[in-house]
Design a protein around this ligand. Sequence first.
Ligand code: ACM
Length: 551
Amino acid sequence: MKKSFQLFVLLSFWVLCPVLGQTSYPILPKPLQLLPKEGTFILPQNPVIAVASTDPVLRCLAEELANKIGSVTGKDTKVFAGNFRVKDGINFVASKDDKLGEEGYFLEITPKRIIITAEQPKGFFYGIQSLLQLMPAEIYGVRRVENIKWSIPCCLIEDRPRYAYRGLMLDAARYFYPVSFIKKYIDLIALHKMNTFHWHLTDDQGWRIEIKKYPKLTQVGSQRRQTMLGHYSDQKYDGKPYGGYYTQDDIREVVRYAQERFVTVIPEIEMPGHALAALAAYPEYGNNPDKIYQVGTKWGVHEDVFAPREETFRFLEGILAEVIDLFPSQYIHIGGDECPKKQWAESRFCQELIKKEGLKDEHELQSYFIRRIDKFITSKGRKMIGWDEILEGGISPNATVMSWQGIEGGVAAAKQRHDAIMTPGNFCYLDHYQADSKTQPIAIGGFTPLEESYSYEPTPSNLTPDEAKHIIGVQGNVWTEYMPTPEYVEYMTFPRACALAEVGWTAKNDKNIDDFKKRLDVHKKRLDHLNVNYFEAPINHKFTYRWPLKK
Ligand code: ACM
C-alpha cells in the first residue's frame, strides 16, 4: 500500500511536472532551451532597466519596455543607458557570442534580477517578447492593473530561430484595410517573433498602392463597381462601389512602423497575370488595347494579362522603381502566379515574339517576361520573389520561389540551388476553413485546422543537406476574398498563425501539439487583451484531415 502510494506520488510528479512547466513558462513560439529555476522575480515598486550599451536603439527598446511596465503596473519604471548594470533590476547586456546571431538572445531570470543578453537589437527585441510572455497576460492590455502580483518565474533561456524567414502575408487587394489595422497586423507578427510582412497590394479586383508616375492606377484601378455577395458559387453581387488605396506617405509610415518592430515589409506587385485593375487604368499594356477593361468584380482568375511589349516593360519598371524607393526590403515580390496563356496564344505579337526569341511556347514566354523583370530588380540591388509558377519555362537566375501549390515548387527550386519559402496550401493557407464549414462564417473552401498548420515540416525530406539550406523559411497566407473586415481577417488568421510562428521558430524535434495547445490557452488571454478576434474551436470539435498529408 505504502509502496503503491509512493509510486503514485512519483508518477503524479512525473506527469504533472511537465504540465506545470509548460504553463508556468508559456512562451510562444517555444524557445530553443528553457531551464526552469526555483523562485520568482517580483517586479519592485520602482523597477529599473539598465542598458549596458550606448546603442540608441537599445535605449529605445528599454524605454518602450519601461513605458509598458509603467503604464500597466503603475510602477514608476526608469531607464539608465550607457554602460549601466543593476543588481536588482532588468539588465540589457550586449555581447558577442557565436550562438546568438542576429535574432538570438539569452534570458536569465533570478529572484533578484533579469538579464537579457543579445548581439543585435533584434535579439533584444525577441528577448523582451519572451520576458513579457512570462508576465501576467494583463501586461498586454492598455488599462492599469495594480491589484495583481507582478511576478515572473525564474529560468534560463537560450533562444534563436530555426528559419531565417518567418512571414505572414495579407491580401489588401481583394479588400482594403486601414493603416491602423495594418499596424495591428504587424504588431501581431512581431509578437510571434515572425520577421516578415508580405503585403499583397495589387490584383484583379483592386490596385492599392499610389504610383506617382501612373496616377490612374489608383484613380481608376483602386475602385470596383461592386463586390461578390456570399460565395462565388452563388454568383450574386452587392451593387455597391468599393475602393481604397495606400498613399506613398501611408506606405512610408507602415514601413517605418514595421522597422521599429524588426519586421521587413515585402511588397507584392502582381504580373503578368492578376493584372485586370492595372489594365482598367492603362488598357494600352494589355493584349487587346481596344478592349474596355473594368476592375474585377468576380473572384477567381481572369484571363486579361499584361502583353510582353517593350512599352509594358517600361511601364512596369516605372512602377517598380517607385516601389523599390518606398520599400527598403531586399526582396520584391512580383507575383507570377495563375497567368492564363489564352491571350498570348491568340496574339500575333506574342507568337512572333516567341519565334524571335527562340522560345518553345507561352510558358517560356512567361519565363522571358519574368527574366526581364528579374534583371531590372537585380540591377537595382534587390532580389525578386515569385510564386512557384515562375519555375515553368525555366527559373530566372536570381529568383527566390514561394512554393504554394504543394511543396514541389520549393523542392525544384532548392534542387536548382535557388532559395525557397514554403507556403503550401494544405498547411499555410489561412483562408481555408478551420472547422466544419457548417459551423463557420463563409470561407473560400478547403480545410486547414490548427493542428494541420502546426504539423507542417517545412524542409522536405527528399532534399540533400546542401539543398535543404535553400529552404529559408515558412509563411502563412491570408487571401481575403471572403474577409471584408479586419475582424474577419483576425478570425481566420489566429490562432493558426501562432502555430505557423512555432513551425518557423522552434526546433523540429521540440514541437509538440499538446504542449503548444497548453501554451496557446495562456496566449489567448494575451490576444484577448490585444483585442484580437481569434477563432475558438467549438467544444468537442473533432479534428480530421480531409486531405492526405503531404510532407
Ligand atoms: C496563389 O495562391 N495564387 C499564390
